[in-house]
Design a protein around this ligand. Structure first.
Ligand code: F6P
Length: 319
């Protein structure tokens, strides 16, 4: 393999820059060239591609976002767009590709692999919704942001004796709400994996009130949504004043945590080593701190399950 392409696609995630840096430097260390493809599959279709050197990826490891920029590309999902993508890869003499992104991006990578183009997927999304890996890149930083937000909201929540609902991202996955809630000491994490029981939530609030706790923090996953309706229902049942904060894209930016920088570096280097060793159509991940790779179709077919132990613990600690 002479030349590796690298792109970031879908929602950006802190740590993507560390992964890009590792792809570029590991490839060069192994005697290969690197083509940086800008704006994901969209940039591939438009030929927005340039050579990356050791220096091109200097001074990026600590930055949020992605230096290659990103996009959600509908055209690449069409047969015509896909064929155009393959032609571009050929035109730019790219022999293998590292795709850094979430499940949508992995579907594109899978299609390329099925068409015989050596492609490796690196899980980059704050959602932590790829079931084959313990962690996706960006999740740890997003959690840190959420926990900081909880801290700030807790101050005003306790001053006013209010209930504060904080809606967090994660698409259909409740991990940001669940782990953020546990780390931030929230009274409840309302997640799509577990049917919501409004009476249960209100009993926790009222129980707290009886022992003199006048404020509560509720973490709500966007996959459940409707924070303002929930606020109204809680006020009706408990009489409490409720405020809503939808923290949105705050969670997608910021300097990556050391964990995300380390994970990104390990993922990026491993992806290049797989291509160097003639492996293709693989998804890179981490299990119990060991790097793993498995068939990308298998990885995509897996179903994410709730970590019941963590959920139960969060419930117990919120009594
Ligand atoms: O997949 C990452 C994510 O941030 C989700 O949590 C969220 O639902 C979505 O992307 C938001 O996408 P966009 O930035 O395109 O609005």
């Amino acid at each position: 393999m002479k030349k590796i392409g690298v792109l970031t696609s879908g929602g950006d995630a802190p740590g993507m820059n560390a992964a890009i840096r590792a792809v570029v430097r590991t490839a060069i260390y192994n005697g290969m060239e690197v083509a940086g493809i800008y704006r994901g599959y969209q940039g591939l279709l438009e030929g927005d591609i340039e050579a990356l050197t050791v220096a091109s990826v200097g001074d990026i490891i600590h930055r949020g976002g992605t230096m290659l920029r990103t996009a959600r590309c509908l055209e690449f999902k069409t047969e015509e767009g896909f064929q155009k993508g393959l032609t571009m890869l050929k035109m730019f003499k790219i022999d293998g590709l590292v795709v850094i992104g979430g499940d949508g991006s992995f579907n594109g990578a899978k299609k390329l692999a099925e068409a015989g183009f050596p492609t490796i997927g690196v899980p980059g999304t704050i959602d932590n919704d790829l079931p084959y890996t313990d962690f996706t890149l960006g999740f740890d930083t997003a959690l840190t942001t959420v926990v900081n937000a909880i801290g700030n909201i807790r101050d005003t929540s306790s001053s006013h004796g209010r209930i504060n609902i904080i809606e967090v991202m994660g698409r259909n996955c409740g991990d940001i709400a669940l782990y953020g809630g546990l780390a931030g000491g929230a009274e409840a994490a309302i997640i799509p994996e577990v049917p919501m029981d409004i009476n249960d939530i209100c009993s926790t609030i009222l129980r707290g009130k009886r022992r003199g706790k006048l404020h509560s923090i509720l973490l709500l996953a966007e996959g459940v949504g409707k924070p303002y309706e929930l606020a109204e229902s809680i006020t009706k049942i408990t009489g409490a004043e409720v405020r809503v904060s939808v923290i949105g894209h705050l969670q997608r930016g910021g300097t990556p945590t050391p964990n995300d920088r380390i994970l990104g570096s390990r993922f990026g280097a491993y992806a290049v080593e797989l291509l160097r060793d003639g492996k293709e159509g693989r998804a890179v991940g981490v299990k119990g701190n060991a790097l793993i790779d498995l068939d990308i179709s298998e990885a995509l077919a897996m179903k994410k399950t709730l970590n019941q132990e963590v959920y139960d613990l969060a419930q117990i600690l919120a009594i």
